[in-house]
Design a protein around this ligand. Structure first.
Ligand SMILES: [Zn+2]
Ligand SMILES: [Zn+2]
Length: 564
């Protein structure tokens, strides 16, 4: 990789993710020998990436560019996944002590995330409050309160001797925020007075006219819907949407209903927020999942995960009748209180259709006010623009379409064409006293991550998976006696979506597969048979070879080996 030049006494900016795409927001700013990373987010995988849990930027360029030692801190604007999801991977790649700054809730969420990755060492977490500032060499980083769809969100104003940079983070201007913590107009105006040389602003909703509605509107419509429901109510929302959960709790109290939380990520987020004092839980409202059957349906509200139709989420499992305690029945009300992220329309639609088929009443964004956006619409963007009066402008947080429209809006606000720059991930720019200069392009790749650990999946494996998705799944289950290294009982083979044969033919085929598995198993060294991590790929490849020859098919093969 070519080493990018750095000119002394400039502010160099490397956008790592989130420019030209939604998600994975991250940016590196450098002034001489000190740099900070603003946000380190993840992106949801596409539907043509089966089995991938998150997509993150490839941070290895820090090392390749010799920048690792320059990084003084990671500064986080707010706790959404598209801003914090890649932190464990970034810390791992930096491979040294690192300081992370964020507000109390943001740090709480990051702490939980690092714990889930068993990654706590080498990371110092610092809680900051809006209104405070921290200095890193020649950079003074000021934190300014904004309103957004997660509590405790910040904009960041960075003062340097070579020009000042303002990053709005994600924001909207909610004049009636649920927690009464207001958008800091004065802070914005003050930054504008000090001089903003370069502005990065949230482009998400630049195509929407007017103002984004206040979160409070959602509370009112939820109350109306729930009050008119004669049976139980399910509400699906983002697990990190603390204000939304708070509003549902308030409505429940008012309408004398009980609330149960269902879904691991929701319960985790709830506990972090509760522990840090961000939730006011009305007495005797909350019940556990276990207690659901103790209450009649008209006394229940169930908050669940799964607003994006994720197949393994609580809502999807409930809809498929796979949940032990909760079923959707005729007369129930289901509220999908979230925006459908582009790309997830199909699974969400499928859930809505199934719910209607079951006789439920369904409310979602297009038909009622059960969700409002957390991002500023055009008029709010204009307000921010006129408070900050930037010299140069680069739109962020959007696909090319949004970045382009934000550029047009800046021109409408009177900024000259040459003072606006549309750049994408990896396009490096440099701010100096007189100029904003394009430096060059850095190839920053993406990494596809599977599961909650650090397992990376190669693109080649993905290709296989796409094919396998078409050819179904074969699960091989076997039990190995660890004393004798012999099979304990029969090998079980279960197939799903794999070549339809008549029952008797099927049985023959399955038996033939079992033979292949058993044969391969006993070809392995006895000491290796009990090591499932070793045995698994051998079993899989033997079966794969056989199936390819026999059926010319490529199903996904999952051997499960238990040792007793
Ligand atoms: Zn975001
Ligand atoms: Zn956000």
């Amino acid at each position: 990789m070519e080493i990018l030049p750095y000119r002394r006494d400039t502010v160099q900016v490397i956008p790592i993710g989130g420019l030209g795409e939604f998600g994975m927001n991250s940016m590196f700013l450098r002034v001489n020998n000190a740099g900070i990373i603003i946000d380190a987010g993840a992106m949801f995988p596409d539907y043509d990436q089966p089995g991938i849990d998150v997509v993150i930027p490839d941070f290895s360029f820090f090392e390749e560019q010799g920048l690792t030692d320059i990084v003084k801190a990671i500064v986080i604007t707010h706790a959404h996944e598209d801003h914090i999801g890649a932190i464990p991977f970034l810390c791992q790649d930096l491979n040294r002590d690192i300081d992370i700054y964020g507000t109390k809730l943001t740090i709480g969420f990051i702490k939980k995330k690092l714990e889930e990755h068993n990654f706590e060492h080498n990371v110092n977490l610092h809680i900051v409050n809006a209104g405070e500032s921290v200095r890193f060499d020649q950079m003074k980083v000021n934190f300014i309160q904004v309103t957004h769809s997660i509590v405790d969100s910040l904009a960041i104003f960075i003062e340097t001797p070579f020009g000042n940079v303002f990053h709005t983070g994600d924001f909207k201007i909610d004049k009636t925020p649920i927690d009464n913590r207001h958008f800091d107009f004065a802070g914005f105006a003050k930054a504008g007075e000090r001089g903003v040389d370069l502005l990065f602003a949230d482009s998400t909703n630049v195509e929407r006219k007017g103002y984004t509605l206040s979160e409070r509107v959602v509370g009112e419509s939820l109350e109306k819907i729930i009050a008119s429901s004669k049976s139980k109510v399910l509400v699906a929302c983002f697990s990190s949407h603390i204000h939304r959960v708070q509003q549902i709790l308030n409505v429940a109290r008012k309408l004398n209903r009980k609330v149960a939380l269902v879904g691991t990520s929701l319960i985790n987020a709830f506990n972090v927020a509760k522990g840090l004092g961000y939730l006011k839980i009305p007495p005797e409202v909350l019940i556990s999942e276990r207690e659901i059957p103790d209450f009649s349906p008209e006394r229940l509200i169930i908050i669940t995960t799964g607003s994006q139709g994720e197949p393994m989420s609580a809502l999807s499992r409930i809809v498929r009748n796979e949940h032990k305690k909760i079923k959707v029945e005729e007369g129930d009300t289901v509220i999908i209180s979230a925006k459908t992220i582009p790309g997830n329309e199909k699974p969400v639609l499928k859930i809505i259709n199934t719910l209607y088929r079951k006789g439920a009443e369904v409310f979602y964004e297009e038909v009622s006010e059960v969700h409002v956006s957390g991002h500023a619409s055009r008029e709010e963007l204009k307000m921010v623009f006129s408070m900050l009066k930037p010299r140069f402008f680069i739109p962020v947080h959007g696909a090319m379409k949004q970045l382009h429209h934000h550029m047009l809006l800046a021109r409408e606000m009177g900024l000259h064409k040459r003072n606006i720059r549309i750049i994408e991930d990896g396009d490096v720019v440099e701010l100096s006293k007189n100029n904003l200069r394009y430096v060059g392009r850095l190839q920053i790749g993406k990494r596809l991550i599977e599961g909650s650990g650090f397992d990376e999946v190669e693109e080649i494996a993905l290709k296989d998976r796409r094919r396998m998705a078409e050819d179904g799944i074969i699960i091989v289950a076997m039990v190995v006696d660890s004393n004798t290294a012999k099979l304990n009982g029969d090998v079980e083979i279960i197939t799903r979506g794999f070549i339809l044969l008549s029952d008797s033919e099927n049985e023959d085929e399955i038996n033939a597969m079992k033979e292949i598995v058993v044969e391969k198993f006993y070809m392995l060294e006895p000491s290796m048979r009990v090591d499932w991590e070793y045995a698994r790929p051998h079993i899989r490849s033997a079966l794969k070879k056989y199936i390819r020859k026999r059926f010319n098919a490529f199903p996904l093969i999952l051997p499960i080996i238990l040792t007793v």
